[in-house]
Design a protein around this ligand. Structure first.
Ligand SMILES: CC(C)(COP(=O)(O)OP(=O)(O)OC[C@H]1O[C@@H](n2cnc3c(N)ncnc32)[C@H](O)[C@@H]1OP(=O)(O)O)[C@@H](O)C(=O)NCCC(=O)NCCS
Length: 211
C-alpha cells in the first residue's frame, strides 16, 4: 500500500521496465493525482484512458524506465519514437508520484533516459508540457532543452550527439553528452541532499542498461 502523504526519503533504484512490469507501470500512472495526471497528459483524463495508455506504451515498443521501491513503480520516464520524422526523434515523458516529487527523482530519470536514447541512436528528443508546468520546464532546461512555445504548449527540444564510430579514439566516456555529465553532477548533489539512500542504489547501477 502506498501512502501519498508519506514523506519518507527515496530509497529505490532506476531500471528499464520489462514487459512483465506492465501492471506495475499501469498502477503507477493510475495513482497520479488529478494535478499530476493533468500535467502528465496535458488534460484531465479518466482511468480508462490512462490504463489503456499504459498498455499501448508496451505494445508499441516505447522504452520505459522506472523508479522502483520494493515491488512498486513510483516514477517513470518514457521514449516514444516519432517514426514520421526524417531524423531519429523521440517524444519523452515523465511521471513521479506526488509524495516523491521535488526530491531529484525526475532529474535522475531524465539522466538515465538520455543515456538510453543516445544508446538507441536518437538524434533529437522532444518533451511537451503546458506552459504552467514550472517543474517540468526547469527540468528540461537543466538538460539543455531549447524551449519553444506554440499553440498553448511548451516544447523542449534536446539535440543528442551522434554515437562514436567503432575504432574512433575514445578520449571521453562513451556517452560524452556535456549536458548529461553536468546534469549527472547536479543530480548526484540533489540525491545526496534530497534522496538519501537512493544514491548507493543508483550508483550501483550507474552503467546504462544498453551498454
Ligand atoms: C515533472 C516531474 C516529472 C519532475 O519530477 P521531480 O522528481 O518532481 O523533479 P525534480 O525533483 O528532479 O526537480 C525538477 C526541477 O524542478 C524544480 N522544482 C521543484 N519544485 C518546484 C516547484 N514547485 N516549482 C518550480 N520548480 C520546482 C527543482 O528544483 C528542479 O530544478 P533544478 O534541477 O534546477 O534544481 C514531476 O514533478 C511530475 O511527475 N509531475 C507530474 C507529471 C508531469 O508534469 N510530467 C511532465 C510532463 S511529460
Amino acid at each position: 500500500m502506498i501512502r501519498h502523504d508519506d514523506r519518507r526519503p527515496a530509497s529505490g533504484h532506476i531500471r528499464q521496465l520489462r514487459p512483465s512490469d506492465l501492471p506495475k507501470f499501469r498502477e503507477h500512472l493510475l495513482r497520479l493525482d488529478a494535478t499530476s495526471r493533468h500535467d502528465r497528459f496535458n488534460g484531465g483524463l479518466g482511468d480508462g484512458f490512462v490504463a489503456a495508455y499504459a498498455g499501448r506504451c508496451f505494445a508499441n515498443g516505447a522504452t520505459v524506465v522506472g523508479y522502483i521501491e520494493g515491488d512498486d513503480v513510483l516514477g517513470a520516464a518514457e521514449i516514444h519514437e516519432c517514426a514520421a520524422e526524417t531524423s531519429p526523434t523521440g517524444e519523452i515523458a515523465f511521471s513521479v508520484e506526488p509524495a516523491l516529487q521535488g526530491r531529484g527523482i525526475g532529474a535522475l530519470l531524465f539522466e538515465r533516459l538520455l543515456a538510453h536514447a543516445r544508446a538507441m541512436g536518437y538524434a533529437r528528443l522532444r518533451v511537451t508540457t503546458h506552459p504552467g508546468n514550472a517543474r517540468m520546464k526547469k527540468l528540461a532546461q537543466r538538460f539543455d532543452a531549447r524551449l519553444t512555445f506554440r499553440a498553448g504548449e511548451t516544447v523542449g527540444t534536446i539535440e543528442l550527439e551522434p554515437l562514436p564510430r567503432i575504432g574512433a579514439r575514445q578520449t571521453q566516456p562513451w556517452w560524452p553528452l556535456r549536458a548529461l555529465r553536468r546534469a549527472g553532477r547536479a543530480s548526484r548533489k540533489n540525491a545526496r541532499v534530497q534522496a538519501g539512500p537512493l544514491l548507493p542504489a543508483l550508483h550501483g547501477e550507474a552503467t546504462p542498461a544498453h551498454r
